[in-house]
Design a protein around this ligand. Structure first.
Ligand code: IPM
Ligand code: MG
Length: 370
């Protein structure tokens, strides 16, 4: 038993040192890149697994139609990134193989289809690995149901919490296991700032800070405190504390939910509650997701690779809406707001109707070009 304890203590020391080093890197981060002023924007397109290549292909067609002129002029480059497939990842034994990561790092922004995460084993999720490698700390997920007055934007911390050491817990076989949750000062400040800046720039007056600080006293307690410190710099914006359990209830309370505007939350709560919110909008297939960092940004569908659709031969019917919503967010991020609005208008007006991915894209392109 003592040997297990010694090795766990040693591991904890290593983790602590690594996380301290990470806070140092965050404190000394390079100045953020201005994505709105790039003379040439390279958009890496990653297909992913399962239905990924199908929805990615159709989303690319829609983007090519929208951006014809700029692609022809060379100011926007759509660059296919190969090799982020489950087969290649397993063969190389890496969540994101080194050569694929180098290719990815030649891009400014990424459009990514869903990637499969093997259950069990030690292979980490490619999403989580990419968020970490590119330091994509803000997961921004909008959900809107206009006829119910719902217009929410979630700012989910994307690099810390339960995710940062998710595959590095300790275990004493037959006895117990422990995972770790990490909240850092610079990591919390930067996500809080992102949320309050968004609120300020978009005329929002309320930010809900959602934690379980009554139970997770250290990590969530500090998360909430630090968010309030940042909130103090934004006088016109009210910062409210909520616990995650009651917030999941409030999201389905039709009497109060429309008063919420911006949500600011640690990683795992953000993961869970954004699926709930997306369901209110019509399902996870309808919501886009942005992973924003200071040097890179990645836009993706919030759903998985739907292997069952492929196994049962229904892959062609995969709905590309979520990835298309993500593509609209990408366009806004690179200051192509007009194109983003055009794509969103097409998505709002063209019903999906259970069509094939290609059929749906054809109708969207028609709407865009008309
Ligand atoms: C999400 C997904 C991912 C997450 C999975 C695929 C690792 O659920 O983007 O919300 O847990 O963050
Ligand atoms: Mg999720």
């Amino acid at each position: 038993m003592n040997a297990y304890i010694d090795s766990a203590v040693q591991q904890f020391k290593t983790l602590l040192e690594e996380q301290l080093a990470r806070t140092g890197r965050m404190e000394n981060a390079a100045a953020p890149k201005d994505f709105t002023k790039l003379p040439v924007v390279t958009v890496g397109v990653i297909d992913g697994d399962g239905i990924g290549p199908i929805i990615s292909k159709q989303t690319t067609r829609v983007l090519e139609a929208l951006l014809k002129d700029e692609i022809a002029a060379g100011s926007i480059v759509l660059k296919p990134i190969q090799g982020l497939t489950i087969e290649n990842r397993l063969a190389k034994g890496q969540a994101v193989p080194d050569d694929v990561l180098s290719e990815i790092m030649t891009c400014d922004v990424l459009l990514k289809g869903p990637t499969e995460t093997p259950k069990g084993g030690t292979m980490e999720s490619a999403n989580v690995a990419l968020r970490r490698a590119l330091d994509l700390y803000a997961n921004v997920r909008p959900v809107a149901v206009p006829d119910q007055g719902i217009d929410w934007t979630f700012f989910r911390e994307n690099t810390e919490g339960e995710y940062v050491l998710g595959s590095r817990g300790v275990e004493i076989p037959g006895k117990l296991c422990m995972d770790f949750k990490v909240t850092t000062l610079p990591g919390t400040k930067r996500i809080a700032r992102a949320a309050f800046e968004f609120a300020k720039n978009n005329g929002k007056t309320n930010v809900a800070i959602v934690t379980k600080a009554n139970i997770m006293k250290k990590t969530d307690g500090r998360f909430s405190e630090i968010c309030h410190e940042i909130a103090a710099e934004y006088p016109g914006i009210e910062a409210e504390d909520w616990y995650i359990d009651i917030m999941t209830a409030k999201l389905v309370d039709t009497r109060v939910r429309s008063r919420f505007q911006v949500f600011l939350l640690p990683n795992l709560y953000g993961d869970i509650i954004t699926d709930e919110a997306a369901q209110l909008q019509g399902g996870v297939g309808t919501a886009g997701s942005a992973n924003l960092g200071d040097q890179y940004a990645m836009f993706e569908a919030i759903h998985g690779s739907a292997p069952r659709m492929i196994e049962t031969g229904r892959g062609d019917y995969a709905n590309p809406s979520s990835l298309l919503r993500a593509a609209a967010m990408l366009l806004r991020h690179i200051a192509r707001a007009e194109k983003a609005a055009k794509l969103e208008a097409a998505l709002d007006s063209v019903p999906h109707d259970g069509d094939t991915a290609k059929g749906f894209a054809d109708r969207l392109i028609q709407a865009i070009e008309s």
